[in-house]
Design a protein around this ligand. Structure first.
Ligand SMILES: C[S@@+](CC[C@H](N)C(=O)[O-])C[C@H]1O[C@@H](n2cnc3c(N)ncnc32)[C@H](O)[C@@H]1O
Length: 208
């Protein structure tokens, strides 16, 4: 895959050259289908503590599995997602057609540092397996802070956890990168806490 126009990752200081990181074209759609089968995100939905009536944002929804799980929990609330990949938007719409048509799930193009969404609009903001692909960690966190309501909860998760598969272990981050994420979150949020889910390491925080 051509890497020239892909954004640099703040972790690798070069673009993450993988169809899972930046799904484009046929290969990207195939990567999305694989993620749809392999990524289990029930635990994330539980940790996020979504309640009926909540407005929830997912950043980097990929094939949209978590969007569907969140939609089941918000009742008459709303779920919105942003992802830079038009291929993922198509997959996420196809996977959540009824909820999208009913207006309970909105699937948009956007990124962690430019969601295009209003200030303080969401009770919960979540992103899974995307933070490493952001070009600028602090800019992404400022944007997540901006769109979260005061008192709202943010959750950032990445491969890891207490029972990782071999593939998950390959993608797990070294301690100093996890510490950098935790420290940067503490710069804009309060109550930052680390959680080991089965195959994800997650940080939760509150917007003051
Ligand atoms: C490994 S996939 C994870 C998808 C989904 N969250 C999951 O866990 O199944 C990474 C996703 O992050 C998206 N992505 C890449 N750069 C991003 C950015 N700067 N902001 C938000 N999402 C981004 C990609 O388009 C892709 O859908």
């Amino acid at each position: 895959m051509e890497t020239k126009e892909l954004p640099r990752s703040w972790v690798f200081d070069k673009p993450a050259n993988s169809p899972f990181a930046h799904p484009r074209g046929l290969l990207g759609t195939l990567a999305g289908r694989i993620m749809r089968r392999t990524n289990r995100q029930q635990e994330v939905a539980e940790l996020l503590d979504v309640r009926p009536g909540h407005h929830v944002l997912e950043v980097g929804y990929g094939p949209g599995v978590l969007l569907g799980l969140l939609a089941e929990r918000v009742g008459d609330g709303r779920v919105c997602g942003v992802d830079p990949s038009p291929e993922m938007r198509d997959l996420a719409i196809r996977g959540n057609r009824a909820a999208v048509e009913a207006g309970r799930v909105e699937v948009r193009i956007g990124s962690a540092d430019a969601t295009g969404l209003p200030d303080a609009a969401f009770d919960r903001v979540v992103t899974v397996n995307t933070v490493v692909f952001w070009p600028d960690l602090e800019a992404g966190l400022r944007e997540l802070h901006r769109v979260t309501k005061p008192g709202g909860r943010v959750l950032i998760a990445w491969h890891g956890g207490s029972n990782p598969s071999r593939m998950t272990r390959m993608h797990a981050l070294p301690g100093h990168v996890l510490a950098r994420i935790e420290g940067a979150m503490a710069g804009v949020f309060t109550d930052v806490a680390r959680h080991e889910l089965s195959t994800l390491t997650a940080f939760t925080a509150t917007r003051p």
